[in-house]
Design a protein around this ligand. Structure first.
Ligand code: NAD
Ligand code: IPM
Ligand code: MN
Length: 367
């Protein structure tokens, strides 16, 4: 039986996870047989288990075929030490399972072309992927410290580190992904100021020569890339970049689609050569949205579409993933809008109504 560990987390995490559980149950009623376990992560885990992720939860994650992750964080945890922050639970999961390839698709559904802050013609038909390296770079490099200098001053140090193998494997993932799409990879770094940028580009070129020359590879400095992402995002197919640039570029890309509440993601590990399987965690790109938590108005689409990515990447249920995506597109085409994607003056629906409509359309499309 396929198994999923649900880690809802904080803020709107449990709200969008509850919506997604309804979608999972829908597939179970049709015989999918997903076995569900749940666990605590983030601030709720700090409050109840004394750490942002417990060893017991990590063990459950190890036993599951895939993890669905909601969101973590909140202002009430701002005073905690770095290792006790809710976000540390997520970072630990990524590192523990070596989930180095973070696929963040940014698709502008036709019905939402006017919901973006950019002009319709800039975003209409947009379908790009930001492939973010997720287990290296400045997020994890050592030293990572804040020290007292003794003269009333402090010094904070973060370290950006990349080894050849880390760049090579994310490069291969980018080329493989591009082959299933429009065959075009744009690698973004800052080789003009960063040594890791110099190595990044060098390794991308080497990896490209190693059997991937049928894929077009372009390079862009990441600052110019950020500008191009807003100026003319449809020029891209797959953008590959380091952990921090990927974090920022994917939030920019989210806004092209109308809202951060629309962007799903998959974080994948290497394919195990004996089992053929890969570790995987699926999560929306957005956070715990403390400003709207508890109001029942969060957009569940990013979380539901993250489960869609699990259907595709972890369970080979491609037809079901397509049906779910079509149900989301249809629901948007019917005019349903949560507040984040509603035009001024439009009536917005809540999380439950949006989920009801998606389930209704799913039922119709699979009938
Ligand atoms: P955020 O993504 O939580 O929210 C940014 C803005 O987008 C807010 O106005 C919010 O209301 C809106 N928004 C986000 N998701 C939405 C949805 N599904 N529906 C409707 N509106 C939505 O980012 P933030 O406010 O900068 O961070 C809040 C907390 O979340 C912080 O503690 C941060 O560290 C954490 N965070 C967690 C994750 C994660 O768990 N993967 C990701 C990003 C931020
Ligand atoms: C994301 C988030 C995380 C990140 C935080 C919550 C650790 O912003 O997944 O985009 O910075 O990677
Ligand atoms: Mn982010």
């Amino acid at each position: 039986m396929p198994s999923l560990l649900l880690l809802a987390g904080d803020g709107i995490g449990p709200e969008v996870m509850a919506a997604t559980e309804r979608v999972i149950h829908f597939f179970n009623k049709r015989g999918a047989g997903f076995e569900l376990q749940s666990g605590l992560v983030g601030g709720t885990a700090v409050d109840n288990e004394g750490a942002p992720i417990s060893e017991a939860t990590l063990a459950k994650a190890m036993a599951a075929d895939a993890i669905l992750f909601g969101a973590v964080g909140g202002p009430q945890y701002d005073g905690l030490s770095y290792d006790m922050r809710p976000e540390a639970g997520l970072l630990r999961l990524r590192k523990h399972f070596d989930l180095f390839a973070n696929i963040r698709p940014a698709i502008c559904y036709p019905a939402l072309a006017d919901s973006s802050s950019l002009k319709r013609e800039v975003v209409e038909g947009l379908d790009i992927i930001i492939l973010r390296e997720l287990t290296g770079g400045v997020y994890f490099g050592e030293p990572k410290t804040i020290e007292e200098l003794g003269n009333g001053q402090k010094r904070a140090i973060d370290t950006q580190v990349y080894d050849t193998y880390e760049i090579d494997r994310i490069g291969r993932a980018a080329f493989d992904l591009a082959r299933t799409r429009r065959n075009h990879v744009t690698s973004m770094e800052k080789r003009n100021v960063m040594k890791t940028g110099v190595l990044w580009r060098e390794v991308m070129e080497e990896t490209h020569k190693d059997g991937y020359e049928d894929v077009t590879l372009d390079h862009m400095l990441a600052d110019a890339g950020a500008m191009q992402l807003v100026r003319n995002p449809k020029q891209f197919d797959v953008i590959v970049c380091d952990n921090l640039f990927g974090d920022m570029l994917s939030d920019i890309a989210a806004q092209l689609t109308g809202s951060l509440g629309m962007l799903p993601s998959a974080s994948l590990g290497a394919v195990d050569s004996t089992t053929g399987r890969r570790r995987a965690l699926y999560e929306p790109v957005h956070g715990s949205a403390p400003d709207i938590a508890g109001k029942g108005i969060a957009n569940p689409i990013a979380m539901i579409a993250s489960f869609g990515m699990a259907l595709q990447y972890s369970f080979g249920m491609v037809a079901e993933a397509k049906a779910l995506d079509a149900a989301i597109a249809e629901t948007l085409a019917e005019g349903l809008r949560t507040a984040d994607i509603a035009a001024p003056g439009d009536e917005a629906v809540g999380t439950t109504e949006m989920t009801d409509a998606i389930l209704g359309n799913l039922e119709m499309s699979l009938r």
